[in-house]
Design a protein around this ligand. Structure first.
Ligand SMILES: [Fe+2]
Ligand SMILES: [Fe+2]
Length: 211
């Protein structure tokens, strides 16, 4: 490759050559490696999203992640909890799937599945007031991560609208976000198909008690 190259030569993709695409691939790899930084910034923008609740979407997200942390959950769970509503701004009608797509290459399949379905599981807590079906989650009965989604919604999501809760600061979670989003993507040893890891671990939770 021409080391002086600063921009691709083509104006239509079909005209690009090996040099162009090697040059672009190197840039894309570098750009992708910084996705954790961009997601962290996007999280802070949740501070100005959806209003009407007693807490902002950012506080809701950090509160969910704090509850996960204090439950003794592992980093996949904590980061998934932190990002679970990141789709609210750009995908208000499928925000759960939006977050799951972001997480999928970097976390356990279990976490991806729960985040992808959490919008449906969450209906349990409010759908009777909105002419929707609170039990629509039951279409997933028998799925391997069903109980995990129940726990996620019950203990971390639907509870996290409390302005009095002592959430950890967003910055506390930055190293965890960076750890997850600098992993090599789509690795079987990370995605662990079919594997269930408990959301709560009392011995780890006890070690984190004072945070
Ligand atoms: Fe949500
Ligand atoms: Fe949520």
């Amino acid at each position: 490759m021409n080391s002086q190259m600063t921009i691709a030569k083509f104006t239509k993709m079909v005209d690009g050559d090996k040099e162009d695409y090697e040059f672009l691939e190197a840039l894309e790899t570098d750009y992708a490696s910084k996705v954790g930084e961009r997601l962290f910034k996007a999280l802070s923008e949740l501070d100005s999203s959806l209003s009407g609740y007693q807490v902002t979407r950012l506080e809701h997200s950090v509160q969910s992640a704090t509850r996960a942390y204090r439950d003794g959950a592992d980093v996949d769970w904590i980061v998934s909890a932190l990002l679970h509503d990141i789709g609210d701004m750009y995908a208000p009608y499928n925000h759960d799937q939006y977050a799951a797509v972001i997480l999928a290459p970097y976390v356990r399949e279990q976490c991806r599945w729960v985040i992808e379905k959490h919008g449906i599981f969450q209906r349990k807590y409010y759908a009777e007031h909105t002419n929707a079906d609170p039990d629509s989650r039951e279409r997933f009965l028998g799925e391997p991560f069903y109980d995990d989604a129940v726990y996620f919604c019950e203990m971390w999501d639907q509870t996290s609208f409390d302005p009095e809760y002592d959430s950890l600061p967003l910055e506390f979670f930055k190293p965890m976000v960076m750890e997850v989003f600098t992993r090599k993507v789509n690795q079987a040893e990370v995605q662990l198909p079919g594997v269930r890891v408990a959301l709560a671990d009392s011995s780890i939770a006890a070690q984190r008690f004072n945070r």
